[in-house]
Ligand binder design. Structure first.
Ligand code: HEC
Length: 194
């Protein structure tokens, strides 16, 4: 009698624990669109702080500090507003803030962007996430802080030296590839009970 009872229970348990992973979002165009819109959102959050400081001090000297102090907290704050499986960050081959140092995939993707001179977004599938790389070209307002050190305002240059002694993010020309905003979107697989 006991054995007869156990069998159906075991079958039921077996059925319940047998799960089917539903493939994560496979439509890369959707992922790209999402990634780019999250990246644009970060740029829109940082830009006003930058432009405001440049308006009050066009040399970039005080803006340097505004950027140094605000960019990271603004990024953290912005990430809290995104869905929990999404996160944005900035990186560059020639970076200023060591916290923005690229990993090997970042480096590979950015080298390709530079070689191809194609500034279209790039989507990369990782093991458990997708990355959307949004390239940032050097525009006029960027020049005061990322341009040629020889022509840069003395005070701005000193601030860079003081805060980023290993700065690599200078010497860019207008239109150069400056870096990327990366959106990382974690794959979510739903477990479905049979
Ligand atoms: C007022 C000075 C200033 C201006 C103007 C400025 N930046 Fe920066 N930028 C900085 C500083 C300081 C950092 C390092 C601190 C941080 O943001 O993490 C930085 C960091 C960055 C980074 C992150 C990677 C790294 O090098 O650490 C990117 C990408 C970037 N800037 C792109 C730009 C672009 C594109 C523009 C023009 C739209 C621009 N910046 C204008 C000061 C400036």
């Amino acid at each position: 009698m006991k054995k007869i009872m156990i069998l159906p229970i075991a079958l039921m348990l077996g059925a319940c624990t047998q799960t089917t992973a539903i493939a994560p979002e496979k439509n890369l165009k959707n992922i790209e669109a999402k990634g780019v819109s999250y990246a644009d959102g970060l740029v829109s959050a940082i830009k006003p702080v930058l432009m405001e400081s440049l308006k009050s001090d066009p040399t970039g000297a005080s803006g340097m500090m505004a950027c140094a102090n605000a960019a990271m907290p603004l990024t953290d704050e912005y990430n809290k507003q995104l869905p929990s499986n999404a996160k944005v960050r900035r990186t560059a081959i020639k970076y200023r803030n060591p916290a923005n140092k690229p990993d090997s995939k970042d480096t590979e993707v950015m080298n390709n962007i530079m070689a191809s001179k194609n500034f279209a977004p790039v989507v990369v599938e990782m093991n458990d996430s997708y990355r959307v790389y949004k390239p940032l070209p050097m525009a006029q307002p960027c020049m005061v802080c990322h341009g040629d050190l020889k022509t840069m305002n003395q005070q701005t240059k000193e601030k860079i030296k003081e805060h980023y002694p290993r700065d690599l993010a200078n010497g860019f020309k207008l239109g150069d590839f400056r870096g990327v905003v990366v959106t990382e979107i974690k794959k979510i697989s739903y477990l479905r009970l049979r």
